[in-house]
Design a binder for this molecule. Structure first.
Ligand SMILES: NC(=O)c1ccc[n+]([C@@H]2O[C@H](COP(=O)([O-])OP(=O)(O)OC[C@H]3O[C@@H](n4cnc5c(N)ncnc54)[C@H](OP(=O)(O)O)[C@@H]3O)[C@@H](O)[C@H]2O)c1
Length: 309
């Protein structure tokens, strides 16, 4: 499965599996990236906000020195919320840290603006401790800036992240370039089917984040996941990562542990019964209003997700 790819609306091939780098502990990310590339990963997902793109760049440099070609790796970065009125600067800062001339995909990390002149480069706060957010900003204006980046050659494609159906419907009528990707939290406990369906209809590829439930992998013990893992004699992580392939989505798995990075490469074909068990689990959680969203920063902004509205 390591070499399975999907086609983006730009014509680019995007790997089905990528290495995530959020919360990659300092000192471990370079080794994780270099190890993953050696093991066969061909997609690295990063972001300016993660504060470790320099280490991601060092890991890439190690792989290039060992013979990997730049064009054989799909590198993703994201414009952070303090740069959504300065997207080209945001991209350049990421490129400088990564030590690259271009990324393959640049995403709007979250559709909002945090004060670019606030008291912190990434997480400006008001005197009362709340996040310093400019609420009059329109996310469509950010997209207009993103569209200009393609001609600079500094990114091959542009896309969004954390876009709900409502936000996408606001954006699409104004888009000259359609987003290539919407990167969202996605797993059987948060299928976000309404967004996935709209993206499919519009030719926007889904990148699924937090497939294990994020920090510590809380979904690894979910009963239906364990049941399918036992049936196939594979780790629960394999089931959660493999869930995305028949959905036609790319999945991002974060690990800084070499043995897990290797294990996560081994995806399997889930059969129709497995898919039904996972979909029934999602339906049950939906009916009981028990969807689990593990990543929801305290912006205090209504992003239009039904489970949060
Ligand atoms: N666009 C966005 O807003 C956004 C938000 C969240 C995430 N993302 C992207 O998606 C990536 C993945 O999501 P995530 O980092 O939230 O969480 P995740 O990949 O669901 O889970 C990561 C956690 O699972 C552990 N783990 C990994 N493989 C495992 C295995 N085989 N067995 C047991 N435990 C395992 C990791 O531990 P160790 O590292 O200690 O091994 C870590 O604690 C991120 O790193 C980031 O690149 C994007």
């Amino acid at each position: 499965m390591a070499d399975k790819t999907f086609k983006l609306n730009t014509g680019q091939d995007i790997p089905a599996l990528g290495l995530g780098t959020w919360q990659g502990e300092p000192g471990k990310v370079k080794t994780a990236v270099a190890h993953a590339l050696k093991a066969g990963y061909r997609l690295i997902d990063g972001a300016y906000c993660y504060g470790n793109e320099d280490e991601v760049g060092q890991g890439l440099a190690e792989a290039f020195a060992a013979g990997l070609k730049r064009e054989d790796v799909f590198v993703v970065s994201k414009v952070w919320a303090t740069y959504t009125t300065r997207c080209e600067l945001g991209l350049q800062k990421s490129l400088d840290k990564l030590g690259l001339d271009y990324v393959d995909l640049f995403l709007v990390h979250w559709p909002l603006l945090m004060n670019p002149e606030g008291n912190d480069d990434r997480f400006p706060k008001l005197p009362n401790g709340e996040r310093d957010i400019i609420r009059s900003h329109n996310h469509v204006d950010t997209w207009k800036q993103m569209e200009k980046l393609v001609a600079t050659g500094k990114t091959k494609a542009i896309g969004v992240s954390n876009y709900s159906k409502r936000y996408l419907e606001q954006l699409l009528p104004h888009a000259t370039i359609k987003p290539a990707v919407n990167q969202i939290e996605n797993h059987p406990a948060l299928p976000q089917q309404e967004i996935v369906d709209l993206c499919k209809q519009e030719g926007i590829h889904i990148m699924a984040y937090s497939p294990l439930g994020s920090t510590g992998g809380p979904l690894l013990t979910a009963e239906p996941v364990v049941q399918i893992a036992e049936k196939h004699g594979v780790p629960a992580s394999t089931v959660l990562l493999s869930y995305h392939i028949p959905r036609g989505s790319t999945v991002l798995a974060k690990s800084v542990t070499p043995s897990r990075i290797d294990a996560n490469l081994k995806l399997i074909d889930l059969d129709a019964d497995d898919v039904k068990v996972l979909n029934d689990y999602s339906d049950r959680l939906g009916k009981e209003k028990k969807f689990q969203r593990f990543v929801y920063p305290p912006f205090g902004v209504e992003f239009g997700f039904p489970d949060k509205s």
